[in-house]
Design a protein. Structure first.
Length: 227
């Protein structure tokens, strides 16, 4: 009789418990933002440096002063375009990284802000990277237009054309933008990781929130150094 008993169900292993609910993810994307900002900033610097050179050459062409294009481009890069490229690189990288993190998450995200202050110190050294790439973009356009050689490009910049205040102006602007950007990431990181809004809207709102403080900072620094 015992041989005919089916004890398989009695001694069978219990069924696996149902999967637990997904635990809210804890991410620290700010170190990735810092790493990606440097190559992105280099690419943006090449493009915008070329654009600045072409615009300057076009404007100076009305006065037959194309020979002044290299040093005017360098002044624009040091005072404005270098920090602008750095800010744009961090802005794009931050929005894209946080947006993708929110899209990939299976549940609500809890952001680890322990490293958000890395962004605070990223803008000045990133400006040191983007500014030379802006000049490199201008140099490439100079060579492509057969305007002269590399040595002629740099020798056409007079000693009095670039002042010591120009890079200081740019670094001060970058530091101020770094403070603003860090505060925005602290406040708006949760909004940037939500799935309710599309990437285009996030980019637009983030751009406005950076453009307005940037304009205010430029006015303040211009009042300190009107020249």
């Amino acid at each position: 009789m015992d041989d005919q008993l089916d004890l398989g169900q009695v001694y069978a292993s219990p069924a696996a418990p149902p999967p637990a609910a997904p635990v809210p993810g804890v991410i620290s994307p700010y170190d990735r933002i810092v790493r990606l900002s440097f190559p992105v900033g280099a690419g943006i610097g090449l493009v915008l440096g070329s654009v600045v050179y072409l615009r300057s050459a076009y404007a100076l062409g009305f006065f037959n002063a194309q020979k002044n294009t290299p040093w005017i481009t360098c002044v624009i890069v040091l005072r404005e375009m270098g920090p602008a490229c750095a800010m744009l690189a961090v802005f794009l990288t931050a929005v894209l990284v946080l947006h993708r993190a929110g899209r990939r998450a299976s549940g609500p995200l809890k952001l680890d802000h322990a490293r958000v202050y890395l962004v605070l110190g990223t803008l000045p050294p990133l400006t040191v990277v983007t500014a030379p790439f802006c000049v490199l973009g201008a140099l490439l356009v100079w060579l492509a237009q057969s305007s002269g050689t590399t040595s002629e490009f740099f020798t056409s910049i007079p000693e009095s054309g670039v002042r010591w205040m120009d890079p200081v102006y740019g670094l001060a602007q970058a530091a101020g933008c770094g403070v603003v950007l860090t505060c925005l990431l602290r406040i708006g990181a949760k909004w940037l990781t939500t799935k309710k809004h599309g990437l285009a809207l996030k980019l637009f709102v983030a751009y406005l929130s950076l453009a307005i403080p940037n304009a205010v900072l430029r006015v303040i620094v211009s009042l300190v150094d009107p020249a």
